[in-house]
Design a protein around this ligand. Structure first.
Ligand code: HSE
Length: 435
């Protein structure tokens, strides 16, 4: 059996997971790869107590791995976009194939990295960059290659889903749950990437690029995280039959492509509403297949390792194949990718949940609903909550029918200017994901 030499750079949560799973399942993995996959070298600044590297050659300088003439595949698991970028470029320069779990690197520098790789007949594989253990890159790029994609929507950050689930089901404090997500190895080195939606934005860009054959770009993408989400909205949404999930949505419309990441109300009966804890789920709606749902663990050592190793197997199995027999990094050749107009958030059309605090006296609600009507927004549901003891104000919740976001903003501004309404209005987008 021929042998393929792998160098792993980074021995943190994912790196140790990759080493442990390859060691444990090597005989099955080798059969599936049609070759012996040998971890020939590890580059890591420090050892990891969760990983007994035994007699494997471990060096402290990761660039030694990228330049080692014996290595065929460099596995980049250090994260970030500076040293990781230099490492990947060094590996390509030295004619190594690359496997990476680094979504920020792919979203920000993917076009350059893929171009260099393609020009040298090398593969850069990145299954683990999106949705952890779910094979969504392969699923979308290869499994759905017959289709025109209409939209992709999903829970693509495990940390935020874990936080939202714990807050919702156990009433736990946001910061406590975040600390636990960090301890479990779910969160990014800088967890603001998770809770502010940046990590999900990186992943959405990758999915959109494959789905809509467009270059990777973060430009025009709308991002909102979960830090401003209030527990009362989670509770009110539940009463109205919705769950709040942090979604990434990429949708083809007549105006172009919508690219947005934000908290979203989804019907409790929808498939995605039941996806909890660290799980991720990506729905893809496409012309031939209809709607598919890919679901599974979105973060963590071994689920992510599962995807990294699948890439190593793919690269190793086809290492001697001609370039045209290999899958293009983004599905189609780079020269076939086309720039798309990214639809501004004010132009998107969806339903909205609104919460405001209004004076509890006759005529106030009709004033508010008149503004909604004047603005051309139709109301699907309106609920006035019980007045708290000693309070003159009540919470009013409105769920609208589908409308344009700029009309909603106009209505919000006019209602906020009413003397009978105090504080700013909270609004959250609602998606039914059924068309
Ligand atoms: N921090 C990421 C998440 C890790 O929570 O989803 C997986 O990409």
């Amino acid at each position: 059996m021929r042998s393929v030499q792998v160098g792993i750079c980074g021995l943190g949560t994912v790196g140790s997971g990759v080493f442990n799973v390859i060691s444990r399942n090597s005989s099955n993995i080798n059969q599936r790869a049609n070759c012996a996959i040998n971890i020939a070298q590890i580059g890591a600044r420090r050892d990891n107590p969760n990983c007994d590297t035994g007699s494997t050659n471990v060096v402290r300088d990761i660039f030694e791995v990228a330049q080692n003439p014996d290595i065929d595949i460099v596995v980049e698991l250090i994260g970030g976009t500076t040293v990781a970028y230099d490492l990947v470029m060094t590996a390509l320069k030295n004619n190594k194939h690359v496997v990476t779990a680094n979504k920020a690197l792919i979203a920000e520098h993917g076009m350059e990295i893929f171009s260099v790789a393609a020009s040298k007949g090398l593969v850069v594989a990145y299954e683990a960059a999106v949705a952890g253990g779910i094979p969504i890159i392969k699923g979308l790029r290869e499994g759905l290659s017959a289709n025109q994609v209409n939209w992709v929507a999903g829970i693509i950050n495990g940390t935020t889903n874990f936080i939202l689930t714990e807050m919702d089901t156990k009433g736990r404090d946001f910061n406590d749950v975040l600390v636990e997500a960090q301890e479990k190895g779910y969160a990014e080195a800088d967890p603001t990437f998770d809770v502010e939606g940046i990590d999900a934005a990186h992943k959405l860009v990758i999915l959109a690029s494959i789905a809509f054959e467009m270059p990777l770009t973060l430009e025009g993408l709308y991002t909102d995280g979960i830090t401003q989400l209030e527990p009362q909205d989670v509770a009110y949404a539940k009463e109205l039959g919705y769950a709040i999930k942090h979604l990434g949505i990429a949708r083809q419309t007549k105006q172009g492509v919508e690219l947005r990441v934000h908290p979203t109300l989804v019907p409790q009966a929808s498939m995605i509403a039941g996806v909890n804890d660290v799980a991720n789920a990506v729905m893809v709606n496409a012309d031939a297949v209809g709607t598919t749902l890919f679901c599974g663990p979105g973060a963590g050592a071994e689920p992510t390792a599962s995807s990294v190793i699948a890439d190593i197997v793919d690269v190793a199995r086809t290492i001697d194949a001609p370039a045209e027999a290999k899958v293009n990094a983004l599905g189609c050749p780079i020269s076939a990718l086309e720039q798309r107009n990214i639809v501004a958030i004010e132009e998107i059309e969806t339903s909205f949940y609104m919460r405001f605090s209004a004076l509890d006296k006759p005529g106030v609600l009709s004033e508010i609903t008149s503004i909604m009507g004047d603005t051309g927004i139709s109301i699907e549901a309106i609920v006035q909550k019980e007045q708290p003891a000693g309070e003159d104000y009540v919470n009013v919740i409105i769920v609208t029918n589908v409308t344009q976001e700029k009309l909603l903003s106009t209505a919000v501004e006019r209602i906020e200017n009413l003397e009978t309404v105090r504080d700013s209005i909270k609004f959250i987008r609602v998606e039914h994901l059924d068309q």
